[in-house]
Design a protein around this ligand. Structure first.
Ligand SMILES: Cc1cc2nc3c(=O)[nH]c(=O)nc-3n(C[C@H](O)[C@H](O)[C@H](O)COP(=O)(O)O)c2cc1C
Length: 436
């Protein structure tokens, strides 16, 4: 038997149920860029950034979250596709899609509704399953209002319409964002969703809006176009969306005929997707997970999820840093696609080098970035400092994306505090422009 090298394994093509083929096993995970214009249209900065990533070798690029409702943005600089696009907005999307597919790779739009994680200045009373605010200090998010059944019933059509526009403007697939605490994810969570109607209570009811959105989207894009869902392996919160819930919903998604399920975890309250501590202790899920050492955060869930899938392919994102670890995830845990996030904010061409076998690992910026000494860093005993570090480090990655878009290269020697300040200023400017 010939043993294949990690780079050979990563270079293997992947056929999707809809008939499309991914050229290799690496995907750039969705990362919000916040580079839209004041009308939430795509921009030349996005085109430059995605051309770099397209030429960077990953077979599949996900856009950062693109919103289906302009009153519910994760940030002022989000791109919006809500069906009211002017000809100029559609042309900008076409240029964005063309740039993102420069090298012949796939580029899929991640569609989202920010729900209760909409920033307060954008909407002080965002729509959510129930009037349960995000439990974080700092007043970043507003007081949510519970959606009416009519508002909820309109969501599948909105996702479907946006997906159709994504296809028409040249993107090669779509993903519904049902992870990380945004609207679809918050419907799944018994903590955020306290409804007692058809959309809350049992798991079936909490998953109803997600499954209806998947069905409507599939009908709008047709059977031959890739459809993916990003979902939490768990919320890692007491009383939240559990690993068992996730496994059941993944089964239902598979039966709906999606092509790719992407596994992540957590929310703003518990940022497990980046292995950052939340204010509350992290709830450990009870899913049978072997104790074999694995490098990625949610990889231990993969064998159970793989066994639940009959058709859909499996992508796992979060913490992958070595070619050997990625290859083992594919060979031993049944993962089909490896999602990569933060390392590609600094080195957009790292996937090509991994695929050629020129490098065997990616930089672990997450281990180096901090605002102050240990007791003021990301694992500080002071909860507020953990939160400040979380936002500071996140700001550092946003600044890297701006540098990539504007200068063609990142600026890794930037300090976290300086990045936090620069990012906050830029956010305030984008917000002011948007409000005007
Ligand atoms: C700057 C930044 C922006 C992100 N924006 C999104 C997003 O828009 N949608 C999403 O699903 N995940 C988002 N994420 C999470 C990533 O997709 C990914 O799950 C996370 O970074 C863990 O992967 P990694 O360890 O390879 O970085 C973001 C992460 C970063 C660092």
């Amino acid at each position: 038997m010939t043993v294949r090298s990690p780079s050979e394994i990563l270079r293997t093509k992947l056929a999707l149920p809809c008939g499309a083929t991914l050229p290799n096993r690496l995907a750039k995970a969705a990362m919000t860029e916040r580079l839209a214009d004041a009308h939430n249209r795509a921009t030349p900065r996005l085109e430059r950034l995605y051309r770099l990533w397209s030429e960077g070798g990953a077979g599949l690029l996900f856009t950062g979250n693109i919103q289906i409702d302009r009153r519910h943005l994760e940030a002022a600089g989000n791109v919006v596709i809500d069906g009211t696009e002017s000809e100029a907005a559609l042309a900008a999307l076409r240029r964005f899609a063309a740039a993102a597919t420069t090298a012949g790779n796939h580029a899929w739009v991640q569609l989202s509704h920010a729900g209760r994680q909409t920033q307060k200045p954008i909407n002080p009373h965002p729509q959510a399953p129930s009037a349960v605010a995000v439990a974080l200090p700092g007043g970043r998010f507003g007081e949510p209002v519970a959606m009416t059944t009519e508002q909820i019933a309109s969501l599948p059509e909105r996702f479907a319409r946006a997906a159709k526009i994504a296809r028409e403007t040249g993107f090669t697939g779509v993903q519904l964002h049902a992870a990380h605490g945004y609207l679809l994810s918050s419907f799944l969570s018994p903590r955020a969703n306290r409804r007692s109607d058809a959309y809350g209570g049992s798991l079936e009811a909490r998953a109803r809006v997600l499954l209806s959105s998947v069905r409507a989207t599939r009908a709008a894009i047709g059977p031959d176009f890739p459809l993916s869902v990003k979902i939490n392996s768990a919320d890692f919160q007491r009383g939240g969306f559990s690993a068992e819930d996730s496994l059941t919903v993944v089964r239902w998604l598979d039966a709906e005929g999606i092509d790719l399920v992407e596994i992540s975890g957590g929310s703003y309250e518990q940022p497990a997707m980046m292995a950052i501590d939340g204010l509350e202790p992290r709830e450990q899920p009870t899913l049978p997970a072997s104790t074999r050492a694995r490098e990625a955060y949610f990889q231990a869930f993969a064998p159970a999820i793989r066994a639940a899938l009959t058709r859909a392919r499996l992508m796992v994102t979060g913490g992958f840093r070595t070619a050997a670890g990625m290859a083992a995830a594919i060979e031993a845990d049944g993962i089909d696609v490896i999602g990569l996030g933060r390392p590609l904010c600094v080195d957009p061409a790292a996937p090509a080098r991994l695929l050629r076998g020129e490098i065997t690992q990616l930089d672990r910026w997450e281990n180096q970035l901090r605002i102050g000494p240990g007791w003021l860093g990301p694992h500080s005993p002071f909860p507020l400092m953990r939160v400040v570090n979380g936002f500071g480090v996140q700001g550092w990655y946003y600044e890297q994306l701006v540098h990539l878009a504007d200068q063609g290269e990142a600026r890794p020697n930037l300090g976290v505090l300086a990045a936090l300040i620069a990012d906050q200023r830029r956010e305030a400017r984008t917000l002011a422009a948007l409000v005007r």
